[in-house]
Design a protein around this ligand. Structure first.
Ligand code: ADP
Ligand code: MG
Length: 729
């Protein structure tokens, strides 16, 4: 009957691998080829302009118009030499992608001809008519004025024929409409707060950077098979499909040999990423079949976020030229692991110190403990908010399932750091005072360093694990913009460091020695934030009970988790550090709820269509064949004998009827439930209705479809099955 599925499967499995392309030059030669980096700035800009631009980039100095004009002229010259014809402001609206609107360099030359034009004004600020981006009601559409403004801390780059200028996207009235604007504010807040704290230890520190190293997980599927799965195409995940008999039980995919077709894709991707200045370094097979991971060397957080957005776009493009589609959805397939994006985060100084790394001296280690404990305090006080920052309709499938971080934020420290904190907690005032003074200080922490690196990271279930010189926030979704998590984390840490400084200063003012004051405050904090520390199995049911007792946020409903953004503590924190106002937070939550609803709504529609157009007709056709067989049996054999021989087929006929009736009824009920939910005015309540009533129906319908897949004649089944989608040859 259905030959389509067989044709696409056959073509997919017969595909020849493209050869792995090996460029003649070494990576160090083509790294950053398409980036207007410092080397090119130096070459294409007058010396004084270069110096001014560096000051803007490094120290946030303001950019005056004449400098902007000269910078634009240099950029244009460089870009035109690369064959570039267009430019675009490249920004990150509140969708999970990036946005761009291309304009050509052309302008009338006044003599009837054309000339290439690109001024400082066009570089620095634009007003894209971007009224259709989600803004949560901040902009009235009739007055759709959103501005994009250049972010000089992230270098411009060239993709194909277009010069891309990283920008923030803000409303006419100043509110942020994107991810980058609040991220830059959060990074600036954490810089200032951390520098102040660093001055207790080293007066020379002028700047503290937040670093981010993301690890991007993804799936690859054959393009032909993907095209034959409308659910993958329209929702990014399979809404139905029975597990393959073999999937990840043998763990034979993890770190295994990379299939040649995939290796060719990876190589191409790496070359293009390096040309765009993305320092990709690591690649390997992941746990699930067809699942892979890519990680760069960590970078300054804002740049790392841009690079992650850029690489996701690049992956989609390069995959297609290798006959693949890349799936960035957090849970494309039921029953096997989903994809995340671990966010490795740390703080470091302009003097070259990683603040989350232990050092050689006792003083270094006090600095180390200071930043660790303050981070734990921030994570403790804002654990619900951090969960909200990584939550989405798609990531919800992953969290809490038995494979990924649980839907409760806690932090794993490893035994040695735990011991050090326990000792601090138990120490007496006298002991702490006797430790003070440069020479007398000894907290038994100096021995930490070497061992620490080896002994951390043993707990894969922890959503926020200390891994030697950084924290690894593992709950971030594979499809997400890392900025969301980084805004929440850096803001919370900035706020916490400010509190720390004022607590320490108060003790110093009351007569304490500096080191004793720091130790006393840290001791108090260590006790206070203890509930966030958990080194056990995050997947266990006992932990859920225990976490609730500890007062950690255990909510699992995505729309309700978003409420954390609007709690009085979150609003006050974001306002104190100057990252977002209440108005912005409210608007952004409207967007979150609306997006949640739309995603479930689309899934419900797609599932309804597939159920009615593919599943029911195929199941019924197969059932008719069985009925035909039963009838013919009766002609061939005496009635009793025929009944005996047809007993299994008769059962199947019944089962198919029961399942198709269930499916049809529930598809109808789902339509009715949507009609009811759609009438709800409040975006929050609507999202809750979609979560509580419609999302569970998707699962119930799927259950029966998957059962049908097991009994219906394989030859008649139209949709590619898991065993076909998941094993690249
Ligand atoms: P894992 O063992 O978790 O698979 P890796 O050791 O390869 O991973 O590191 C994962 C990521 O963490 C990489 O992007 C790496 O550059 C980054 N990373 C390493 N040290 C730091 C740090 N101090 N701050 C931020 N990111 C870091
Ligand atoms: Mg990791």
């Amino acid at each position: 009957m259905s030959t389509l599925r067989f044709r696409v499967v056959e073509t997919a499995f017969k595909k020849k691998a493209m050869p792995v392309s090996i460029p003649e030059e070494r990576p160090s030669k083509y790294y950053g080829k398409y980036v207007f980096n410092r080397e090119k700035m130096f070459k294409y800009l007058p010396t004084d302009v270069y110096a001014k631009l560096v000051d803007v980039m490094d120290n946030g100095a303001s950019l005056d118009r004449s400098v902007a004009d000269e910078v634009a002229a240099g950029m244009k010259k460089w870009a035109i030499e690369l064959g570039v014809t267009h430019y675009t402001h490249w920004f990150q609206p509140l969708t999970d992608g990036t946005a761009e609107k291309h304009d050509a360099f052309v302008e009338h030359d006044g003599k009837g001809g054309m000339m290439e034009e690109f001024s400082g004004k066009l570089l620095v600020q634009q007003e894209p008519d971007a009224s259709s981006f989600p803004n949560g009601g901040i902009r009235n559409t009739f007055e759709a004025r959103g501005y994009s403004a250049w972010d000089p801390s992230s270098p411009v780059f060239v993709v194909d024929d277009t010069l891309c200028i990283p920008t923030v996207f803000i409303a006419y009235t100043g509110e942020s409409l994107d991810y980058k604007a609040p991220l830059l504010k959060a990074l600036s807040a954490v810089n200032k707060a951390a520098v102040d704290v660093c001055h207790y230890f080293n007066p020379d520190v002028k700047k503290v950077m937040a670093y981010l190293g993301w690890e991007q997980e993804y799936f690859l599927v054959d393009e032909g098979l993907y095209a034959a799965r409308p659910d993958l195409l329209l929702t990014g995940r399979t809404l139905m499909g029975h597990e393959a008999s073999k999937n990840q039980q043998l763990e034979d995919h993890y770190f295994a040999h990379i299939p040649t077709r995939v290796a060719a894709f990876m190589k191409d991707l790496e070359i293009q990423a390096l040309e765009l200045g993305i320092p990709v370094k690591t690649r390997h097979n992941e746990v699930a079949p067809n699942q892979f991971e890519l990680a760069p060397i960590f970078e300054e957080c804002n740049l790392a976020v841009d690079h992650n957005m850029l690489i996701m776009a690049l992956m989609r493009k390069v995959a297609r030229s290798h006959g693949f589609r890349v799936l960035l959805h957090e849970k494309p397939f039921k029953g096997i692991n989903g994809s995340g994006k671990h966010n490795n985060w740390s703080l470091g100084t302009d003097t070259g110190i990683l603040l989350m790394a232990p050092g050689k001296t006792a003083e270094d280690n006090l600095r180390f403990i200071t930043f660790i404990v303050n981070t734990l305090m921030a994570v403790y006080h804002h654990n619900g908010l951090l969960k909200a920052s990584i939550m989405s309709a798609t990531n919800a499938h992953r969290l809490g399932a038995n494979e990924a971080p649980p839907a409760i934020i806690s932090s794993f420290l490893g035994s040695q750091l735990t011991e050090a904190l326990d000792r601090l907690e138990e120490s007496t005032d006298e002991a702490l005072s006797s430790l003070s003074g440069k020479h007398g200080m000894k907290l038994d922490i100096p021995q930490i360093p070497e061992l620490l690196i080896d002994n951390t990271d043993r707990n894969r279930t922890s959503p926020f694990a200390f891994t030697g010189n950084r924290f690894e926030f593992r709950a971030v979704g594979s499809e997400a913009n890392c900025a969301s998590a980084m805004i929440a984390l850096n803001s919370a840490v900035a706020d916490q460091l400010i509190t720390f400084k004022s607590d320490v200063d108060a003790l110093i003012a009351a007569g304490d020695d500096k080191m004793a004051a720091i130790l006393k405050v840290l001791r108090k904090y260590t006790k206070e934030c203890k509930p966030i520390r958990f080194d056990g199995n995050g997947y266990s049911d006992e932990w859920k009970e225990e976490a609730a007792k500890r007062g950690l946020d255990c909510e699992t409903s995505c729309p309700i988790i978003f409420d954390n953004y609007l709690s009085p503590e979150s609003v006050a924190m974001f306002e104190r550090v100057g990252v977002m106002t209440k108005v912005e937070l409210e608007a952004r939550n409207e967007v979150k709820w609306e997006t949640y609803t739309k995603k479930i709504q689309i899934e419900a529609r797609v599932l309804g269509d597939l159920a009615m157009n593919h599943i029911i007709p195929v199941a019924t056709a197969y059932q008719s064949r069985l009925i035909d067989n039963v009838f013919k049996m009766r002609q061939l054999f005496p009635t009793d004998k025929a009944e005996e021989l047809s007993i299994e087929n008769t059962k199947l006929i019944e089962e198919i009827s029961q399942r198709t009736i269930f499916i049809t009824n529930h598809v109808r009920a789902m339509v009715d439930a949507r009609k009811v939910a759609n009438k709800i005015e409040s975006e929050r309540e609507k999202a809750i209705a979609y979560h509580d009533t419609i999302a569970p129906m998707l699962e119930e319908i799927r259950y029966h479809i998957d059962k049908l897949e097991l009994i219906v004649d394989n030859e008649m089944w139209t949709l590619p099955k898991y065993r076909e989608l998941l094993f690249i040859r």
